[in-house]
Design a protein around this ligand. Structure first.
Ligand SMILES: CC(C)(COP(=O)(O)OP(=O)(O)OC[C@H]1O[C@@H](n2cnc3c(N)ncnc32)[C@H](O)[C@@H]1OP(=O)(O)O)[C@@H](O)C(=O)NCCC(=O)NCCS
Length: 171
């Protein structure tokens, strides 16, 4: 399906209430709890179609000695999936962080095929947290091990999704 007319913008306080509802619609109770917390700790972009909020992404720059762009929870209302909205949200989140970070990191469960494919299509590698830790150490991060990394970004999914940000690397 082709990309529909979608507006992406930074969530206002009022939008955040609507995103909370969307989170409860999309996620189970466990993930809703963490995704709602993410609304307070992360930047939030929302996708709107015909005045309706249909998707969101949470992200922030985390300083681990080296700065990384962490993409946390994201979701698109079921009826609006498969139209390029999820990909556009990630690209816009990356755009907000690209001048500041050495790499982008997200994560998912091994069986979440849509997320794996979406991030792979944007150039991310699907790797273990151990490997993510090693890459970040190579970029200059101050981390003790992969658990330290997971703890510092409150992210405990099965696999990490990582893309080095060439723009900063070549500076
Ligand atoms: C993951 C999610 C946000 C994707 O949103 P979306 O708007 O449907 O994604 P897009 O339409 O931008 O798809 C981008 C790419 O992702 C992949 N993809 C998306 N949905 C897919 C599916 N159901 N099966 C396989 N691949 C899929 C494809 O590679 C697609 O590119 P293509 O259409 O060119 O093949 C959405 O499925 C969702 O909200 N899932 C539930 C919540 C969730 O799991 N969030 C992630 C954990 S925080």
């Amino acid at each position: 399906m082709s990309l529909c007319k979608v507006e992406i913008y930074e969530a206002s306080k009022r939008d955040l209430q609507l995103v909370k509802r969307l989170i409860r619609e999309i996620f189970d109770r466990w993930h809703s709890y963490y995704a709602e917390r993410g609304l307070a700790s992360h930047n939030v972009l929302v996708a709107r179609v015909d005045g309706l909020i249909v998707g969101f992404v949470q992200f922030k720059v985390v300083d681990l000695g080296v700065k990384i762009g962490h993409i946390y929870y994201m979701g698109v209302r079921r009826a609006y999936r498969g139209r390029g909205i999820g990909r556009t949200l990630v690209v816009r989140a990356e755009g907000c962080m690209k001048d500041h970070v050495a790499c982008f990191i997200a994560s998912t469960q091994e069986n979440n095929v849509p997320v794996l494919r979406l991030f792979r299509s944007l150039g991310y590698s699907v790797i273990s947290w151990r490997r993510a830790y090693e890459i970040l150490k190579g970029l200059g991060a101050e981390l003790e091990d992969e658990y330290d990394l997971m703890w510092k970004i409150y992210d405990y999914d099965d696999v990490a999704l990582l893309k080095v940000n060439k723009r900063v690397r070549t500076l």
